[in-house]
Write a protein of this length. Structure first.
Length: 386
């Protein structure tokens, strides 16, 4: 049964079904109570509330209670995706009695304070991961970039592997867990990488190599299909995209706008296959650890001399600027430059230094409810979604 599902899924795909290099974003956000900002296990209530409009994109539940997934429609640009996500955030906020919080891990949730929602897939995931997923609820961002064909998807996948440490550092937004500083910029990534089939695999020769590897993994693991392959980066045959899964959930839509544009442009660049030098898994694993721990202060090597993360991030941004006009995200890529001065983890730690953990929670909820700057400028105020 499992093998039949794997064959049916892995050897059919939707690469090329739509226009290439469109973009979509899925973000997982915490539902929290309006006063103490604790996780509020009201996912199904929010989904059932017909007073919320959900006019653009989709609002869905996730495996864990107290989490919502907000998904943009397929978009031409990062700005279009961020407008859709702001519309969804606004719809949830209009419901009242609950707030959204963007963070990779809720900063004060107790160890093991995790409740699963019902569903066959969720039950299978829980059995597969044992107790590992019951330690903390984790929230991330997944950016999808449409690929014209399966071979290009693998080419882009191979090329994007080397940018994963940079994206982890820029997108780190979970320094606190269980009310304490974790010593990491992205505690979510460390937690998530404890479960099987996460992190980064090797580069693949071609689509056949990728699918044969997936089929064998499904066979030996007994999982219910490709949906339980949780690598930081993966071709997504059902959607026909390359899915970049390395980012922590973002409180700031300005940060998410810049990160989305950066991923969009880098994926477009790597799809061209201009660089066939792919760092080995062992080197990338070490580089990713430094990015997860030290964020923008990391020093690492992707082959050759050690480099500072700021320099590597600058290389990524310079590449992205070369595709920004084509992809309609010139201003959005420029917005990503602001992350060089501090990511979400840095902002959380600054809030803690000023007012302790209460200030961190207030900061996260406030940022999550704020519209993106470019929308405020266009609207001439801070009203809800257009």
């Amino acid at each position: 049964m499992t093998l039949r599902l794997a064959e049916d899924t892995l050897f059919s795909h939707r690469f090329g079904a739509g226009a290439p290099f469109q973009v979509g974003v899925e973000e997982e956000l915490f539902l929290v109570d309006p006063t103490a900002h604790r996780i509020d296990c009201c996912t199904d209530e929010v989904l059932a509330d017909r007073s919320t409009r959900f006019t653009r994109g989709r609002l869905m539940g996730e495996m864990c209670e107290g989490v919502l997934e907000l998904a943009s429609p397929v978009c031409a640009s990062a700005d279009d995706a961020i407008r859709a996500l702001w519309s969804l955030r606004s719809d949830v906020a209009a419901r009242g009695g609950v707030r959204l919080m963007g963070s990779g891990i809720h900063p004060t949730a107790a160890f093991g304070d995790v409740a699963y929602r019902a569903g066959d897939h969720y039950d299978a995931v829980a059995r597969d991961a044992g107790g590992l997923m019951r330690q903390s609820v984790c929230c991330g961002v997944h950016v999808h970039v449409a690929m014209p064909d399966a071979e290009t998807a693998v080419t882009a996948f191979n090329g994007m592997r080397k940018w994963v440490p940079v994206l982890q550092a820029l997108g780190a937004n979970s320094p606190f867990w269980h009310g304490r500083d974790s010593g990491l910029a992205s505690a979510r990534t460390a937690r998530f990488h404890m479960i099987p089939r996460t992190g980064l695999p090797r580069a693949f020769r071609d689509w056949e190599d990728y699918t044969e590897t997936m089929r064998e993994l499904i066979r030996v693991s007994g999982i219910d299909g490709p949906g339980s392959l949780w690598w930081d980066l993966r071709p997504h045959p059902t959607l026909g995209t390359l899915e970049v899964r390395v980012l922590d959930a973002q409180s700031s839509l300005d940060s998410l706008r810049g990160l989305t544009a950066l991923v969009h442009c880098l994926a477009r660049h790597e799809a061209a296959g201009v660089d066939d030098r792919h760092p080995p898994k062992e080197l990338l694993d070490e580089a990713c650890y430094h990015a997860i721990r030290d964020g923008l202060d990391a020093r690492l090597s992707l082959g050759g001399p050690m480099q500072h993360m700021q320099g590597l991030a600058r290389q990524a941004l310079d590449l992205a600027h070369g595709y920004a006009h084509e992809l309609g995200c010139v201003d959005a890529v420029s917005a990503a430059e602001a992350l060089l001065g501090g990511n979400g983890a840095d902002r959380q730690r600054r809030a803690f230094a000023q007012g302790g953990m209460d200030a961190v929670l207030d900061h996260l909820v406030s940022e999550t409810t704020a519209p993106p700057t470019f929308a405020r400028e266009a609207w001439g105020g801070t009203r809800g979604a257009a």
